[in-house]
Design a protein around this ligand. Structure first.
Ligand SMILES: *Cc1c(COP(=O)(O)O)cnc(C)c1O
Length: 367
């Protein structure tokens, strides 16, 4: 039996094979391979797409988060608030910046940072230096409330947009243009994905952008002048920038197709044992389509038997990961911990066929 895949990069790349091959050949002949003219061009176009004035290309999304934290002034010993349900990305970045982490619980099912959890944190402890807000699964977090709380407390807001390229708020502003600074990943499976690793930091603040571009290259203010502490090598390749420039004009169309599939699932999966996320508009770009079920493992077994791939995103909360050696053993995050047991992603990618979508719906309804 051929399985309906969670995602298919082979199908995704097939349609643009000729264009990306041509772009790669041009880079090879150009004599520029790292931080050259193609990176500059992509940075300009991606900043314009996001609706901000600056974009700094970096090596991957985790570096983008770490350097964004440093660029807004997070220093060793500072605290960073973060949700614990996004596969350790934010937590790793905060720890790599030398910060302490303060975990905040998330909203049921949709899994984005719970503003009331942030409010409680701000009431009970000295304010963190920054909060990382992950637009999890491609859905914008409740930014109005989070921004109001953060502004009142003097907390910097770092948006993690690695799953949310192109998502739009009701006023038309895109993910990445809402907080003080934002990070993106261009890992191949992301909504905008290169053919290798890549990432970016975007911001409207010229000072933050300048600091980020120093941090990505050894903390240099001039060649071989290492001025900024915490700098290192995190650069974007010309090949990846060229690939991304070919793909950027297609992003909105891909997101539309992802959202169409997600909304069909939310309307047509009707099973009291499966909780679906709400039908969504442009604030959700369906990076992952995630349902919740108290019988998650049985649902997964059933789907596999029906020829449908599925996967929990994510199965373990950050504060329960073994790398901490029990440091966070006392911390309890009820919604986060329950979701780790219940979440399951269904196949959702731009090239999925109508027949496949119908088979997934049918399999869920037969559970
Ligand atoms: C993928 C991802 C990252 C990390 O990006 P890499 O390029 O793999 O380092 C960070 N945050 C979120 C939410 C992600 O999905």
């Amino acid at each position: 039996m051929t399985m309906i895949p969670l995602n298919s990069l082979a199908r995704h790349v097939e349609g643009m094979q000729a264009a990306i091959s041509r772009a790669a050949v041009e880079v090879i002949a150009s004599g520029h391979y790292v931080l050259g003219p193609r990176v500059v061009a992509f940075e300009r176009d991606f900043a314009a797409y996001c609706g901000v004035s600056h974009c700094v290309g970096v090596a991957n999304g985790t570096d983008a988060l770490e350097l964004a934290l440093k660029a807004v002034g997070v220093a060793p010993g500072d605290t960073v608030a973060v949700a614990a349900n996004a596969a350790m990305y934010g937590t790793s970045a905060a720890l790599a910046a030398g910060a302490r982490v303060a975990f905040v619980d998330v909203e049921p099912c949709i899994g984005t940072l719970d503003p009331s959890g942030l409010r409680r944190l701000l009431e009970s402890e000295p304010a963190p230096k920054a909060v990382i807000v992950t637009h999890l699964y491609g859905r914008l977090a409740r930014m109005d409330e989070i921004l109001r709380l953060a502004r009142d407390a003097g907390v910097r807001v770092v948006e993690d947009c690695a799953q949310a390229h192109g998502a739009r708020a009701a006023d038309g502003r895109r993910a990445g243009a809402l907080g003080d600074v934002a990070s993106f990943s261009f890992y191949p499976t992301k909504n905008l994905g290169a053919l290798g690793d890549g990432g970016a930091i975007v911001t409207d603040d010229a000072g933050i952008a300048a600091q980020a571009s120093r941090l990505r290259q050894y903390g240099w203010t001039a060649k071989y002048t290492n001025t900024v502490p915490g700098g290192r090598n995190s650069r974007l390749d010309e090949i990846q920038a060229a690939m991304l420039s070919v793909m950027l004009p297609m992003l909105d169309g891909w997101n539309e197709r992802r959202r169409l599939t997600a909304n069909r699932y939310s309307q047509e999966i009707q099973n009291p044992r499966i909780q679906v996320p709400p039908v969504a508009g442009e604030d959700y770009v369906a990076h992952l389509y995630v349902v919740c079920s108290p019988e998650r493992d049985a649902l997964r077994t059933h789907l596999t038997a029906c020829g449908v791939q599925s996967e929990p995103h994510y199965p373990a909360a950050d504060h329960r990961q073994p790398c901490h050696g029990g440091r966070f053993a006392d911390i309890v995050l009820p919604v986060t911990e329950m979701q780790c047991e219940q979440v399951l992603s269904l196949p959702c990618f731009p090239e999925i066929t109508d027949e496949e979508v119908e088979s997934v719906i049918d399999a869920c309804n037969r559970f």
